[in-house]
Ligand binder design. Structure first.
Ligand code: ATP
Length: 486
């Protein structure tokens, strides 16, 4: 059922009081008017600036205050939909709450009082009468016609609109979740910037949209511009998988299930986080980090509300990549001491994982797979589970080359082959740390960084794979028949 029909049902059900939550007053009013007109009910609107006004008429004398408006509504005969703006301010006054309660108790089937506000805190006195109705963002159809209208206007103003039909579909998908005015502004902004609108503008547009919703204290937008897929040494199977899934994620194919998510586990420091960033960059999607630790609220119920709020925000940001780092820490099997909060949150999250809309691709990373609740590994939650192991000799050569190049060091002079042998058992992060360590030593007066200095730095490093050899063997053992080697 769409928004409009939804509201119509409330009118048909003779709801005496509807509290509308919206940031789009004009859009909600248009929708309310349409539904009221279809039923032959006159519409009256009230704001403190204009007083009570019947559609098509002039303001009623002496109805500037909400009290006066409510009295006037009480004395109007017959059916009607009475829409009061800024309902949250009015309901902050106890005497208004009382009047609203008494007035709506006198309403017959064809009279409805509507109060609009960005958010409503329903006073306890009105809980049994009031129906809270949230105006959802415009649906695909509305966004599509907005895009058509706006592109026509922009083209008429001389801007160069170069979008294929597929590009237009992606544009529509990328603007969903926004209010009409926000979508329109964003479309203007990306076009006016360089005078052209083309598919290459979509990543910037998606990012700008994600920024609007990321401001919730739990979600964080991660910068991915400096992480192309070829920044990753090795992980060829994962890279190929991501490349193919990316094509289907952005251009769905009939008969192929929509890619939904991937779980990356493995040896710390071998590129799981890097892969999450590179994936979002390669697909041209915003990367949104959900840190489960930020969800835990000291007020009972607060954490679950925050989680639900964040999941709503993520859906509004779609298409987007949601990254949950160290997922085993945030959603570890609930301890007894927290009153069941963790297990309820886990339940909510798993349900969302199962039912989430197609526009959100989830990348979960985990170091301690043993702490991961088994429900995470059940089929249907993720398309694939990858195990990111220590890099092979060829991968280490690639990682050494990449990190030397990133720091503008002359790769050819470093004897990569010998360094590859010397870094056996190193993670990518440890190889990078040895190069950085070597650079600091050279700054500290040991000459410029060359093969010898880097080799010495490598030899000084004791890799984690040696210190925690048993843990890594156990990890590999776990992964053998549960995960695909990345
Ligand atoms: P952790 O589980 O400890 O968070 P991780 O597996 O997520 O580790 P990253 O954070 O991706 O590892 O790696 C840390 C840094 O090490 C990266 O930013 C990158 O510079 C370097 N690195 C790790 N693996 C690779 C790789 N395969 N190719 C290139 N660089 C790598």
């Amino acid at each position: 059922m769409d928004n409009a029909q939804d509201f119509g049902v409330l009118l048909d059900a003779s709801c005496a009081l509807v509290l509308v939550e919206t940031n789009e007053e004009d859009r909600s009013l248009a929708l309310i008017r349409h539904q009221a007109e279809m039923r032959g009910y006159p519409v009256w609107t009230w704001s403190t600036a204009r007083g009570l006004t019947r559609d098509g008429g002039s303001p009623q004398y002496g109805t500037d205050t909400v009290h006066q408006a409510l009295s006037a509504i009480g004395s109007l005969p017959g059916p009607g939909v009475f829409v009061l703006a800024d309902g949250h301010h009015a309901l902050a006054d106890q005497t208004v709450v009382r009047r609203v309660k008494e007035l709506t108790a006198t309403f017959d089937a064809e009279r409805t009082l509507v109060m609009t506000a960005p958010r409503h805190d329903v006073p306890p006195e009105l809980v049994s009468t009031a129906h809270v109705w949230r105006l959802r963002p415009p649906g695909e159809g509305e966004i599509r016609s907005l895009v058509a209208r706006t592109l026509e206007v922009l083209a008429a103003r001389g801007f160069d609109i170069r979008l294929t039909d597929a590009g237009r579909d992606q544009l529509v998908a990328s603007l969903q979740g926004l209010a009409v005015s926000q979508a329109e502004r964003l479309l203007h902004r990306v076009t006016v910037r360089d005078g052209i609108l083309h598919e290459g503008d979509l990543p910037a547009l998606r990012l700008a949209k994600a920024q609007i919703f990321a401001d919730d204290g739990v979600l964080e937008l991660i910068e991915t511009a400096s992480t192309p897929l070829d920044r990753i040494g090795g992980l060829d199977a994962l890279k190929e998988w991501l490349e193919i899934r990316g094509r289907v994620f952005l251009h769905p194919r009939e008969g192929l299930p929509h890619p939904r998510g991937v779980l990356l586990t493995g040896v710390p420091g071998c590129g799981k986080s890097l892969a999450a960033k590179a994936l979002a960059a390669a697909w041209g999607l915003p990367l949104v980090l959900l840190d489960p630790a930020r969800l835990f609220d000291r007020y009972v119920g607060g954490s679950e509300e925050k989680l639900r709020g964040s999941l709503d925000a993520i859906e509004a940001m779609s298409p987007a990549v949601l990254w949950i780092d160290e997922v085993e820490k945030g959603f570890a099997a609930g301890s007894e001491s927290d009153g069941g909060v963790t297990s309820r949150m886990l339940g909510t999250f798993l349900r969302w994982l199962q039912e989430r809309p197609d526009g959100v691709f989830v990348v979960a990373t985990a170091n301690d797979v043993h702490a991961l609740p088994p429900e995470f590994l059940r089929r249907g939650r993720f398309d694939e589970i990858f195990f990111v192991d220590l890099p092979s000799p060829q991968d280490r050569a690639d990682i050494l080359t990449t990190h030397l190049e990133l720091r503008s060091l002359p790769v050819g002079e470093f004897g990569i082959e010998e360094l590859t042998v010397a870094t056996a058992g190193f993670s990518g992060a440890e190889i990078e740390a040895a190069i950085v360590g070597g650079m600091y030593r050279s700054l500290g007066g040991e000459g410029h960084l060359d093969h010898e200095l880097l080799l010495a730095e490598i030899q000084r490093t004791v890799p984690l794979s040696r210190v925690r050899a048993e843990d890594i063997t156990a990890l590999r053992h776990w992964a053998r028949d549960r995960a695909v080697r990345a």
